[in-house]
Design a protein around this ligand. Structure first.
Ligand code: GLV
Ligand code: MN
Ligand code: MN
Length: 404
């Protein structure tokens, strides 16, 4: 089966007909369809699918043996996300298995394809939740208690999908069996296009985190409450958005308020509360910290001026990631030997590979994104570049898992 055939099958799942964006949130019917599709495609290829206790799906080519080469990505999406973020890494993994088989390749080390759960943190707020639970960097009880916007806990969502939430947590045996993890991902940014390269290699991931800002004011009448008497949380919130932009520009960081909830959300009422989520990232950890501190103190000042109470809580944090240099160099060599020039790039986007990098040799391949747009229905990669990604991934797997 070609990459294009596989892509066509997955493409309609979880797509909103109005926006054209994807709403593949974990433990929802769209997510279940994606999981069922992955399981079916893996089984069609004779791979054995073992879900782990955290909801990540592992499809084994050959008996699970120590030193296995893992590849894959995630199938969940941000709200109205693009079709490539995550899905490209899963589809190329399946297509790479087909390509290797066509070439009569038989792995000497086990190869395992993985689809991680809740990578985006779009439903429960913590990105890379599946890989964080697996590696033990998130407390299982804290994870079980995470809630979505309608108050459903992760434990409830997992239980309704047939999993036992009591079992979530680190799985050292599974991780000890992995020799390397290589995640292919659509490029999120536009570095490869001007370089004329279809494929790149990740150097590392910027440190990044999420902070929740709760502005508590007092609901009031939009027509009768005098301006001077209001405790309007929308005012410090909106000033904070502008302050975040300014702080990011001054510190060489990026800072985004992409999610906001006004309560009770009535047109003719001063809101009682505004909840907003800050996403901040920078090339180094000190800069992330300085940027967030600047934003936070500005926000405290704005809130005080309006008689609004502010509380700020960090919801997740990912330190700087540098991928394994030896693995990266080996991949660059393997690709160069086949005439593929793959530039090495840093990225501001988070990935499960970044979480696994703390535990085992890990690398990432990027596939060119001509506009660089991502987390958007406009995200795109050309078919020829996706196919180049399949070729590159197959070369890497055959090198890592093939005869020495
Ligand atoms: C994931 O895509 C992230 O970088 O937030
Ligand atoms: Mn993403
Ligand atoms: Mn992704």
């Amino acid at each position: 089966m070609t990459f294009a055939d596989l892509w066509r099958e997955l493409e309609p799942l979880g797509r909103d007909p109005g926006t054209g964006g994807y709403r593949r949130y974990s433990w929802t019917p769209a997510d279940a369809q994606c999981r069922a599709w992955f399981t079916r495609e893996a089984e069609k290829r004779g791979l054995t699918v073992h879900p782990d206790a955290n909801g990540n799906l592992w499809a084994w080519w050959g008996e699970p043996r120590p030193g296995a080469v893992a590849t894959g990505s995630h199938l969940d999406s941000v709200p109205d996300g693009g079709g490539f973020d995550g899905a490209l890494g899963v589809v190329t993994a399946l297509a790479a298995v087909d390509l290797l088989r066509e070439k009569a390749f038989y792995p000497e080390r086990s190869v395992v394809l993985v689809a991680f759960t809740e990578e985006e943190g779009a439903r429960f707020g913590v990105p890379c939740l599946g890989s964080r639970l697996l590696t033990g960097v998130v407390d299982p009880q804290a994870a079980r208690d995470l809630t979505d916007d309608s108050g459903i806990t992760l434990a409830e969502a997992m239980a309704s999908a047939g999993l036992d939430p009591a079992l979530i947590g680190p799985d050292p045996a599974l991780l000890d069996g992995l020799g390397a993890f290589v995640e292919l991902h659509v490029e999120q940014g536009r570095a490869l296009a001007p370089m004329g390269s279809a494929v790149g290699i990740a150097e590392g991931i910027w440190p990044h985190g999420r902070w929740r800002f709760d502005f508590q004011g007092r609901a009031d009448h939009a027509g009768t409450a005098r301006l001077a008497d209001r405790q309007d949380p929308m005012l410090p919130y909106s000033s904070t958005v502008l302050a975040a932009r300014q702080a990011a520009a001054e510190h060489g960081a990026v800072a985004t308020f992409g999610k906001v909830i006004a309560e009770p959300n009535g047109t003719n009422a001063v809101p009682s509360a505004v909840r907003a989520w800050l996403d901040a990232r920078a090339p180094d950890e000190a800069t992330v910290e300085e940027t967030v501190t600047t934003i936070r103190s500005a926000s405290e000042r704005f809130s005080q001026e309006q008689g609004v109470t502010l509380s700020v809580r960090q919801e997740s944090y990912t330190p700087l990631v540098r991928f394994d240099k030896a693995l990266r160099d080996r991949i660059a060599e393997v690709l160069a030997a086949s005439g593929i020039d793959a530039p090495v790039l840093p990225t501001g986007a988070g990935h499960d590979a970044g979480v696994l990098a703390a535990r085992l040799p890990t690398a990432m391949l990027f596939v060119r994104n001509p506009t660089g747009v991502s987390h958007s229905p406009a995200e795109h990669a050309d078919l020829a570049d996706c196919e180049a990604g399949v070729q590159a991934l197959a070369l890497v797997i055959s090198d890592l898992a093939g005869p020495k």
